[in-house]
Design a protein around this ligand. Structure first.
Ligand code: SAM
Length: 291
């Protein structure tokens, strides 16, 4: 049996292809990392696995061994031909040639869940759209169990940062609202061909049964988080007043103080609970102004 490096070179040679940089194609060639992804995603025969960007099918072939069914979404037509040739004999494999951001994942799950019990997303993501993919999977409230994905190390560090720590950013809080995030393993750039410029890591998001905090208006909650991190060096009060949620700076100041926080505090010092309370109070203020 070929290892993933030999197999990747063989397939690229056979189909006379090279990686398409625009589509974020960096093929995973480290068998230990692949095994680690399989183990940490805890794939079982009762699981429906959604794989985003299967590429040449290196991870896919392992997923097919362990899962009940795999639905893979791939944008690149060249990859589709390879995947169809490679997995045509599998009756638990469905391949969609589409942009993952345009796929109706609710429908996809409804049409494929059959007798399977859990839905798990597993992928080596195209890095140029990491955040939109993760946020789509979370915001659409798909009832999925977990998301185990390879991402750029810096992005993974932000996603798994402790809210309120130096590394936390808007994505930290947005993800924390929906899921418990953890770093699984560091993956150096030589685990891929072509070798990318950045190192990577595998992260796992365990989706919460219900959001971490009670929020009256989710739209305002996410707007507040976004506004607080628009310019990282700005204080929370400046970020919020620029956002226009509540225009009067004095009112924002009073709300921040009512939470027992310093007026000059920066967004990254807040906990997710404090962002929720802040958003709820700003929402109330906003409504009272607009009645
Ligand atoms: N899974 C393979 C592996 O681990 O070797 C390939 C991973 S590569 C980092 C990302 C894959 O995502 C590529 O196959 C690329 O063509 C695909 N891709 C890029 N943009 C996409 C999109 N919008 N929707 C679906 N797949 C996409």
């Amino acid at each position: 049996m070929k290892n993933s490096l030999e197999e990747t070179k063989f397939i690229l040679g056979k189909y006379r292809l090279s990686a398409n940089k625009k589509l974020g194609q960096n093929f995973l060639i480290d068998d230990d990392v692949i095994q680690n992804i399989i183990e940490s995603s805890d794939i079982q025969k009762e699981d429906l696995v959604i794989e985003i960007g299967p590429g040449l099918g290196t991870l896919t072939s392992k997923l097919l061994e362990y899962a009940g069914k795999v639905v893979a979404i791939e944008l690149d037509k060249n990859m589709i031909q390879i995947l169809n040739d490679r997995f045509k004999l599998y009756d638990n494999f469905i391949l969609l040639n589409n942009d993952v951001l345009k796929v109706n994942i609710h429908e996809l799950i409804k049409n494929n869940i059959e007798k399977l019990s859990k839905v798990k997303v597993v992928a080596n993501l195209p890095y140029y759209i990491t955040t939109p993919i993760i946020m789509k999977l979370l915001e659409e409230k798909l009832g999925i169990d977990s998301i185990t994905v390879m991402v750029q190390k810096e992005v993974g560090d932000r996603i798994t940062a402790k809210p309120g720590s130096k590394l936390s950013g808007a994505i930290t809080y947005s993800v924390d609202y929906y899921a418990e995030a953890e770093e699984v393993v560091f993956v150096d750039k030589y685990s891929f061909i072509p070798v990318p410029e950045v190192d990577s890591e595998v992260i796992k998001l365990k989706i919460r049964k219900k959001p971490k905090v009670d929020v009256k208006n989710e739209e305002i909650f996410f707007k507040v988080i976004k506004a607080s991190f628009m310019q990282r060096r700005k204080t929370l009060i400046n970020g919020l007043s620029n956002s226009g949620i509540v225009k009067d700076k004095e009112k924002i100041k009073k709300i921040i103080e009512s939470l027992g926080l310093d007026v000059d505090i920066r967004g990254e010092k807040l906990t997710t609970e404090q962002f929720a309370t802040l958003a709820n109070l700003l929402d109330c203020e906003n409504k009272s102004v607009n009645v």
